[in-house]
Design a protein around this ligand. Structure first.
Ligand code: SAM
Length: 324
C-alpha cells in the first residue's frame, strides 16, 4: 500500500528529531529528563554544534511563546500539539507550577500515538505525573487523563480530525470557545500546500474566537544551501512536499492570511538568534562544543528555518502581545 509507505517515511522523521534532541540534551544544551524515557537511548552519532544549536533555539523559542500565551490567558487555555512525535512539552509544563493549562492534546499518526500512549501507561515516572480522569474516556491507540490526551489523527484529513476533537468537546474535555494554542514543529512541511491550508482553515473556523497558531519549519529551500538540505532529507526518503509553499517569509504569512487569521508574523532563526536570544545564554551554548570555528555555517543553516505565528482574537485578549 503506497500510502502506508509514504506515511512511514514521514513517521520516521520523529526518530530523527528525537535523536538530534537527545544528543543536544546529553551535551547540556537544555534539560529534559523525559525524552530519554520516551524515546529510548541515543544512537552514537555525532552531531555538529550547528545542529544542536538549531534544536536548542527551536525548543527555547517555542517554549518562550507558550509561556507568554499561558500567562496572557491566566492559565485558562488549551494547547494542541500537531504532529507531536515524542515531544515532551506537556511534561515540561506539568513540572512548572507557574504554567498551568486546562488541557493539553498531542496529535500524530496512530503509529506514533500508540507507542507514546503505551509508554506513558507502562512507565510510572511518566504516568504518575498525570492525574487520572474519573470520566475514563477510552481512545483507541491513544491516551486520556484529566489534563492530557493523546489523539491519533492524520492532519491531512480534517474530517477525521474534527471527529476526534468533537469527541473531546462533547465530553467537556476541550472547549472550542476557549483560548487555544496550536503548535506545529516541522510538520506542515510534510504536507502538500493544499493540506496545510485546509488544516489551518479548519482550525481557525473551529476555534474562531481565540486561537494562536505557532509554526516552526524549514524555509528558503530554493537557494543552493536549501537544495543541499533538501537532498539530504530525500536521501533519508523524506519528501518535503510542502516545500513549494514555504519558500519565503512572505509565503508563510500569506498562508495565514488566506485561512482566516487576522494577524501573522514570521522571522528566520538568524533574526531570532541575533536579536532576541539572551547574550549570556548564547555564550553558554556556543561554548558547549568548544566554540564555533566560524559563524558562517550557523548563519546559513539559520537562514533556512523560521518561526511563524498567526492568530484570531475576537475577544481582544491581547494576542498581539505574544511575540519575542
Ligand atoms: N513536532 C515534533 C518535534 O518537534 O519533536 C515531531 C517532529 S517530526 C519532524 C514530524 C512529526 O509530524 C512526525 O511525528 C510525523 O508523524 C508528524 N506528522 C507529519 N505529517 C502528519 C500528518 N499528516 N498527520 C499526523 N502527523 C503528522
Amino acid at each position: 500500500d503506497k500510502r502506508a509507505v509514504d506515511n512511514s517515511n514521514i513517521i520516521a522523521t520523529n526518530n530523527d528529531a528525537c535523536q538530534c534532541k537527545l544528543y543536544a540534551i546529553e551535551r547540556g544544551y537544555w534539560n529534559d529528563p523525559y525524552l530519554k524515557i520516551l524515546a529510548g537511548s541515543i544512537q552514537q552519532e555525532r552531531r555538529t554544534p550547528e545542529i544542536s544549536l538549531g534544536y536548542y533555539v527551536r525548543v527555547h523559542g517555542v517554549r518562550y511563546l507558550i509561556e507568554k500565551f499561558i500567562k496572557l490567558t491566566n492559565n485558562d487555555c488549551q494547547i494542541i500539539n500537531l504532529g507531536c512525535g515524542f515531544d515532551t512539552t506537556v511534561f515540561y509544563l506539568l513540572d512548572n507550577e507557574n504554567l498551568r493549562f486546562k488541557h493539553f492534546v498531542d496529535i500524530d499518526f496512530e503509529e506514533i500515538t500508540e507507542l507514546k500512549s503505551n509508554k506513558i501507561h507502562r512507565l510510572p515516572s511518566l504516568r504518575n505525573k498525570l492525574p487520572m480522569d474519573n470520566k475514563s474516556l477510552k481512545i483507541p491507540c491513544g491516551f486520556h487523563s484529566s489534563l492530557y490526551t493523546i489523539l491519533p489523527a492524520d492532519l491531512r484529513n480534517t474530517t477525521q480530525l474534527d471527529n476526534q476533537l468533537k469527541l473531546l468537546a462533547t465530553n467537556s474535555i476541550i472547549d472550542f470557545t476557549k483560548p487555544t494554542l496550536f503548535l506545529s514543529e516541522c510538520v506542515l512541511i510534510y504536507m502538500s500546500n493544499e493540506h496545510s491550508l485546509n488544516l489551518l482553515k479548519y482550525l481557525s473556523q473551529t476555534f474562531s474566537q481565540c486561537c494562536l497558531f505557532l509554526n516552526f519549519e524549514q524555509i528558503n529551500m530554493n537557494d543552493r544551501f536549501g537544495e543541499i538540505m533538501f537532498e539530504n532529507l530525500k536521501q533519508r526518503s523524506c519528501h518535503l512536499i510542502g516545500m513549494e509553499s514555504c519558500q519565503s517569509l512572505n509565503s508563510q504569512c500569506e498562508r495565514y492570511k488566506n485561512t482566516n487569521y487576522t494577524s501573522s508574523f514570521c522571522l528566520t532563526l538568524n533574526e531570532y538568534y541575533k536579536k532576541y536570544l539572551n547574550i549570556n545564554e548564547k555564550r553558554r551554548i556556543e561554548r558547549i562544543d568548544g566554540g564555533l570555528d566560524e559563524k558562517e555555517l550557523l548563519e546559513q543553516l539559520f537562514e533556512h528555518y523560521c518561526f511563524s505565528w498567526a492568530y484570531r482574537d475576537e475577544n481582544n485578549l491581547g494576542l498581539n502581545k505574544i511575540t519575542f
